[in-house]
Write a protein that binds this ligand. Structure first.
Ligand code: FES
Ligand SMILES: [Fe+2]
Length: 426
């Protein structure tokens, strides 16, 4: 349960809201590289934290990101012509380069000084790990980019699915750090098996446990927090525990425990107070699926499961294509695809949930930690303090790793992610 005031701090993510100001002090993953792959290709509308921008790749292959609205009379530049190293507004033909400088102003008399006075605001961008990252904060305070834990190298194999979810960012994060729900919501896709640790094939994920009520332990870190879900394993339950350690790296992503083939992460970027981009990621040097395989496995294929703008075709209005017959035959949810099951829950809660009346249990410990941590972090920004994750000394994000496995009961889970991160660094 949160007070109304804390719920506002946690969930308001546009304009001058403290959480929006906090997020703007981090590099923000605003688009997939595949959306702007072509030089002189179609400009992309980027929406983040309540604002909209235009992202385009110029004739030289360089990215530019400007405010969406033309400085002249505010027509959208998304419909502009992207050619000859600049983006030209359709309305009166003003043309801008990737730095926002005016290249042409055909509606003004020749020699007009206006051309040199006007400048569109341009936002720094870079490409890393399948994403275009943008700096949406103060123009004179651009920090060095620290590679995220899910892409420690720029050439790491990575598969990303993207879905535009009509729900507030915090609802989605709470789903990502809620280990208990997987034993119910995903029970038909994450099945108990006599495996050594979490395993994956092209049909299902396997877990070495049937325990539906994990014990939870959390620990605050400098970058966010981590927690362990501790379950009884199928084998050696008297002497061993099945541990799943999840990392939350504020404000944008979580590292979900890996399986035998790949690591898993999720990245959530608010579009506005009631919509977010959810990205679900498989990555690593072992057996990461291709992007097409990953989207097919998760039923998040554009054209089949999503429209051309990443909106799910399964909606509240069509009951997420829930199949009651399949449920009668044993499928737990009647909804195909692990993320689609999550989305049905997040969206059904309402666009921005009121947390002042929910009833929390012991398995919600990580949710409580997330809310407390981020509401406090937003309050600190509102009071003029630093944003979480920006204070020195910083942990390099590439050294953060989630972990899982069956371990003797005397193993401290807090040491596991350190071991895993050592392996990742090797
Ligand atoms: S509104 Fe863009 S050139 Fe006039
Ligand atoms: Fe889930």
């Amino acid at each position: 349960m949160l007070s109304r005031e804390e719920n506002e701090l946690l969930t308001r993510v546009t304009g001058d809201a403290a959480m929006a100001r906090l997020m703007r002090q981090h590099w923000t993953p605003v688009a997939l590289i595949e959306e702007v792959a072509e030089p002189d290709g179609k400009p992309l509308r980027v929406e983040a934290l309540g604002d909209s921008y235009v992202l385009f790749r110029n004739s030289d292959g360089k990215l530019g990101m400007l405010d969406e609205r033309c400085p002249h009379r505010k027509a959208s530049l998304v419909y502009g012509r992207n050619e000859d190293c600049g983006l030209r507004c359709l309305y009166h033909g003003w043309k801008f380069d990737i730095e926002g400088k005016v290249q042409a102003m055909p509606s003004e008399p020749q020699g007009s000084p206006l051309k040199d006075k006007v400048r569109a605001r341009a936002y720094p961008t870079l490409e890393w790990g399948g994403f275009v990252w943008a700096w949406l904060g103060e123009a004179d305070a651009v920090p060095e980019f620290d590679p995220p834990a899910f892409a420690p190298r720029n050439d790491i194999p990575i598969a990303i699915l993207k879905i535009r979810v009509p729900a507030n960012w915090a609802q989605i994060h709470e789903g990502q750090i809620d280990s208990a729900h997987s034993s119910s919501l995903h029970s038909s896709d994450m099945v108990p098996a006599k495996v050594e640790g979490a395993a994956a094939d092209e049909k299902s994920w396997y877990r070495p446990s049937t325990d539906k009520s994990p014990r939870m332990q959390t620990q605050t870190t400098s970058y966010g927090f981590h927690y362990a879900a501790i379950r009884k394993p199928i084998r050696n339950a008297r002497t061993h525990d099945y541990l799943r350690v999840t990392e939350f790296v504020a404000p944008y992503y979580s590292l979900i425990p890996p399986n035998n083939n790949y690591n898993v992460a999720s990245v959530i970027v608010p579009i506005n107070d009631e919509e977010s981009y959810f990205h679900f990621i498989a990555w690593g040097d072992r057996k990461t699926p291709t992007t097409d395989e990953w989207r097919a496995f998760n039923r998040a294929v554009p054209g089949t499961d999503l429209d051309a703008k990443w909106r799910p075709l399964r909606t509240l209005e069509n009951d997420f294509w829930q199949d009651r017959q399949k449920m009668a035959e044993g499928n737990f949810t009647g909804i195909d695809g692990i993320p689609n099951q999550d989305i049905a829950m997040w969206v059904s809660m309402g666009g921005r949930v009121d947390r002042s009346t929910d009833i929390l249990g012991a398995s919600d410990l990580a949710i409580v930690e997330f809310r407390r941590l981020m509401a406090d972090a937003a309050r600190r920004v509102a009071e003029g303090g630093p944003a979480i994750g920006t204070e020195e000394p910083r942990v390099r994000q590439a050294s953060i790793a989630s972990a899982e496995g069956v371990y003797p009961k005397d193993v401290d889970w807090r040491t596991l992610s350190r071991t895993a991160s050592r392996q990742a660094a090797e």
